[in-house]
Write a protein that binds this ligand. Structure first.
Ligand code: 1GP
Length: 251
């Protein structure tokens, strides 16, 4: 599958909102793939993201192969580490943790990844990744040894996102952290969006349709949801694919 970034741009141009279901290989049992992905397929989800902060080596590859057998949706790697890169997926968010100041997550891991990437056909999408404080410590914070940007430092968040764009990143991802108590605020989303020419991803702590709509209405182009699906697959019922729900989602 090619042109995933181009398709994201085209959807935005057509006024469509995108939704990625995030599967963390560390928390997901491979036996559940068929049933889980059939629900993803009948929902309004447009992408499947795969990745996590702490994942045992090699399990991502097996999981992605299994997911691929069950869906035509694009599978995008959202890796916490180089070990999660696999050719079985379609694209890779080449994440640079620009909210932090740990050189490993700004450039170190990227250099390490190149010998692996040379052997793949993955579409590589440079992504500026910003961790925003949400009231509790997140896995990203622990693993990367970086601090999130406090949610009240709005200008710093905006300037960081803009700096990412000017450095040539193709996407900006505002992350509250998996299982965040509260998602990134509408105000932050909307002010960051106003500054950017590139698509905006928002994720972390979005658990219901109302929060999803709020994120879209504030300016998120693509929303990522993981925990809400892991904890309650009934959430898929709320976002079933039909004309009405798609319209409702983007109202
Ligand atoms: C985490 O943004 C994603 O990296 C999704 O977060 O698991 O809270 O939906 P949740």
């Amino acid at each position: 599958m090619n042109g995933i970034y181009r398709n994201i741009q085209a959807s935005i141009k057509n006024g469509e909102k995108l939704l990625a279901v995030l599967i963390d290989p560390d928390k997901f049992q491979i036996e559940r793939v068929e049933e889980f992905i059939s629900k993803v397929n009948t929902s309004v989800a447009t992408h499947i993201f795969v990745g996590g902060s702490i994942v045992e080596e090699d399990i991502t590859q097996v999981l992605v192969s299994e997911i691929k057998k069950n869906t035509n949706l694009p599978i995008v790697l959202f890796p916490g580490d180089v070990t999660q890169i696999t050719n079985k997926a379609d694209a890779l968010l080449f994440l640079s943790l620009i909210s932090g100041r740990n050189p490993e997550y700004l450039i170190g891991k990227h250099v390490e990844a190149i010998s692996k990437l040379r052997k793949t056909n993955l579409e590589v999408i440079p992504t500026g990744y910003l961790l925003i404080e949400n009231g509790k410590e997140t896995a990203v914070e622990k693993v990367t040894g970086t601090k999130p940007i406090p949610r009240e430092r709005i200008q710093e968040i905006i300037d960081t996102a803009k700096a990412g764009e000017l450095l040539g990143m193709k996407l900006i991802y505002l992350e509250a952290g998996s299982g965040a108590k509260v998602p990134v605020t509408n105000q932050i989303i909307s002010l960051v969006k106003q500054e950017l020419e590139i698509p905006l991803i928002v994720g972390g702590g979005i658990r219901n349709n109302e929060q999803l709509k709020n994120a879209y209405n504030s300016g998120a182009d693509l929303v990522v949801i993981g925990t809400a699906f892991e904890e309650d697959e009934l959430f898929f019922e709320e976002i079933k694919k039909n004309k009405e729900s798609r319209i409702k989602m983007i109202e």
